[in-house]
Design a protein around this ligand. Structure first.
Ligand SMILES: NC(=O)c1ccc[n+]([C@@H]2O[C@H](COP(=O)([O-])OP(=O)(O)OC[C@H]3O[C@@H](n4cnc5c(N)ncnc54)[C@H](O)[C@@H]3O)[C@@H](O)[C@H]2O)c1
Length: 270
């Protein structure tokens, strides 16, 4: 179903690695809604992923950029405006990676070089992306910027490790930069706090399969899928949400406001 909500809108999409990626589904959905965009990912992901296939499908160009490199990001912003023929209306930041998680380091045994790297990739990169856009005056008025986050920023999920701290920082950057982007450029900045989703990044979290089943049972509407997230993101990029900014928006089937569900009680009564 398409509503042409993004007809004529131009953007940049970070983080499409493979068909499971939330950014991949979002790119397909934006394309169906009439939007055009540049796809970007870290140079290493170009070799690992299948982004070429997505580019072909959506008629998009790919510009590699390491989201921790200001030089790469400045180049991405300049080139995107050239390719798209003007300023940008929407940006999706769908980037996350913890080296501590990857290397199996517990939260109580962090290697701080790993922590710093993961924070740079997962959280500070959002500031870097926005600063590049801001300095280049690259966003159209009433444009929209979205980053993806997780509820471990507010409540403790032990296996989410240092990503919890990275997400808390990411959400704070959305509020702080959202103020300046709103005041100066009439651009909105929000984070979507998404249900656990079976992607490469998601499955890196220890005990992910049990956790996703638990979240499913705890959410009155069930977990939000990657496609649900894509649909929600489209609404935030559309002109129908122009005054929504500096928010962390839970998109989780009701999980975040559920104390306990009947299904979980039943499990403990067995
Ligand atoms: N999967 C979940 O359960 C879940 C839940 C809530 C939020 N999120 C968030 O959604 C976002 C997208 O993740 P996903 O689940 O689709 O997984 P994914 O693994 O498909 O996407 C993560 C992306 O980050 C990119 N990336 C890593 N380092 C980078 C760098 N230096 N520069 C540029 N890109 C880099 C990867 O190449 C990859 O494309 C992340 O922010 C993640 O934390 C995921």
């Amino acid at each position: 179903m398409s509503f042409n909500l993004l007809k004529g809108k131009k953007g940049i999409i970070f983080g499409a690695l493979d068909a499971n990626s939330i950014a991949w589904k979002t790119a397909e959905t934006i394309h169906a809604e009439g939007g055009t965009f540049v796809l970007t990912n870290a140079p290493i992901a170009m070799r690992m992923g299948q982004i070429d296939e997505l580019a072909k499908k959506t008629g998009s160009k790919i510009i590699p950029a390491d989201a921790t490199s200001v030089e790469d990001l400045d180049n991405l912003v300049t080139q995107s405006m050239e390719i798209l023929g003007g300023k940008i209306d929407f940006v999706l930041h769908a980037i996350g990676m913890s080296v501590n998680v990857r290397k199996g380091r517990a939260y109580t045994d962090e290697k701080y070089d790993f922590t710093t790297k993961g924070w740079d990739v997962s959280a500070l990169s959002f500031h870097k992306v926005m600063q590049s856009l801001y300095k280049a005056d690259a966003m159209n008025e009433w444009g929209s910027i979205v980053a993806l986050t997780y509820m471990a920023a507010q409540r403790t999920f032990p296996d989410y490790n240092d990503m919890a701290d990275n997400k808390a920082y990411l959400e704070s950057v959305a509020r702080s930069f959202g103020y300046f982007f709103g005041k100066e450029k009439k651009v909105r900045v929000n984070t979507i706090s998404q249900s656990p989703t079976a992607t490469t990044a998601g499955q890196g979290v220890k005990g992910f399969n049990s956790f996703i089943s638990y979240a499913e049972k705890m959410s009155p509407l069930g977990n939000a899928t990657a496609q649900d997230c894509a649909d929600y993101t489209v609404t935030l990029f559309s002109d129908l949400t122009r005054k929504v900014t500096m928010q962390n928006l839970f998109h989780d089937g009701g999980f975040s406001n559920t104390g306990v569900s009947q299904e979980v009680i039943d499990r403990f009564s067995e």
